[in-house]
Design a protein. Structure first.
Length: 410
């Protein structure tokens, strides 16, 4: 007969959780395996749910749902000004409001409907017992009650069974005994995911990956050949002087979101935002591949910017055009700065020349300028590149021929 001691029945589950936490397993892997091993330990689990806080600019939490016959699925909870009705009417929200550490509701042979609509739905599907608990994954002083508008890092969980007699004490003791170990494994997964997300958002996909993999020493630089892409909004300074600050921020976010989506969608990496513009690089392979990818992104950008301007104009919002300068060459890519403040960025003559080319937009009356280095490397290319002349650029000893993309008038 299996042991009724919850500790002995939990040993394998706890060992597995600790191993996954040390290995840095993802949240979904940990929770999927946890549910399966909980069943193997004798818990008649029908459904499991976990809602864990997250640090991300788009969503504030992640949810994991597991059903015995369906397996697990993950969803993200987006930031909202108002709380969804489904959440406010849930037993987990009620547990937070009351400050209770646990909540249990037996659903079998229930004469009156539950005050929680979701539990009535579970009961209709055959559920007989519901148990919920939570863990705070950071230090909170015991005398400080958790405020719903300032939630600490943590995870809320619920377990549902359709066993005829519901959960017994042995089942709940097993769940409670393994719970801190599950929390540690989830905290490990959350910290890793948070680092990946924030580094990717603030440094860019490639730089974030490099930093997380250990490229963090000052002066650690890599020499690469790439195409530099300098994007700026045209006439933005004048608009900023006339429009309210909130409108300017919303406008800037609209245009930069399009530019970022185009660059990343065509294989490029955002290096940094500079006021109303950004600098990106294309390092997808050999320099000819970089040049073709960067020029392909120009065409996509033209289409997307025209669509955005049409949408904004239809909504009565101000619109803006853009300028773009492309140059290629050797760059130094890595950590530059002070011991206490580093920047993962690029430097080198190619970066400086891209900035010089960007300064030629107004005098040449061309919104898109491409250096002869990019034009040569991209051949043969789909774009019709037209020379706009040879010019001396400040700090460059030899004249540079500049090109633009021919676009026939409709």
């Amino acid at each position: 007969m299996p042991s009724t001691d919850p500790k002995s029945r939990a040993d394998d589950l706890i060992g597995w959780l600790l191993d996954r936490g040390l290995e840095g397993a993802e949240q979904s892997e940990i929770l999927e395996g946890y549910c399966l091993r909980l069943v193997d330990a004798g818990v008649p689990l029908m459904r499991f749910h976990a809602a864990q806080s997250a640090y991300h600019p788009t969503y504030g939490g992640t949810g994991f749902n597991w059903y015995r016959d369906e397996g697990g699925s993950v969803e993200n909870y987006e930031h909202r000004e108002e709380l969804p009705d489904q959440w406010v009417s849930s037993p987990l929200y009620a547990m937070l409001q009351s400050g209770a550490k646990e909540l249990r509701e037996r659903l079998k042979d229930q004469n009156e409907p539950s005050r929680f609509p979701f539990l009535n739905e579970l009961h209709q599907k055959g559920a007989t017992d519901y148990f919920a608990s939570g863990l705070v994954l950071q230090k909170v002083e015991p005398e400080n009650r958790i405020a719903l508008d300032q939630m600490p890092e943590g995870v809320l969980m619920s377990w549902t069974t359709d066993h005829a007699e519901g959960f017994d004490d042995i089942h709940l003791d097993l769940i409670r005994y393994a719970l801190p170990h599950l929390g540690l494994a989830l905290k490990s997964a959350s910290n890793r995911k948070m680092a990946q997300d924030l580094l990717r958002v603030y440094l860019g996909r490639d730089a974030g990956r490099r930093v997380l993999s250990g490229e963090i020493r000052r002066g650690s630089l890599q020499q690469i050949d790439a195409v530099i892409w300098n994007f700026d909004l045209e006439g933005f300074t004048g608009l900023a002087e006339r429009l309210p600050g909130s409108d300017i921020i919303a406008m800037l976010n609209d245009y930069l979101a399009v530019a970022v989506e185009v660059v990343q969608g065509c294989g490029g990496n955002i290096l940094k935002f500079m006021g109303d513009g950004l600098m990106a690089m294309f390092d997808v392979g050999e320099i000819d591949e970089d040049a073709r990818a960067a020029l392909a992104a120009v065409g996509v950008l033209q289409t997307r910017m025209a669509e955005l301007n049409a949408e904004r104009a239809a909504a009565g919002l101000p619109v803006a055009n853009f300028t773009l300068a492309l140059h290629s060459g050797e760059i130094l890519y890595g950590n530059i700065g002070a011991e206490s403040r580093l920047d993962f960025t690029v430097i080198g003559p190619a970066v400086n020349q891209a900035a010089r080319i960007a300064g030629m937009h107004r005098s040449l009356d061309r919104r898109i300028l491409i250096s002869d280095d990019v034009a040569r490397a991209a051949q043969p290319c789909e774009q019709d590149l037209i020379s706009v002349g040879r010019y001396m650029l400040r700090g460059v000893p030899e004249p540079k021929e500049l090109f633009t993309i021919y676009a026939p008038t409709a």
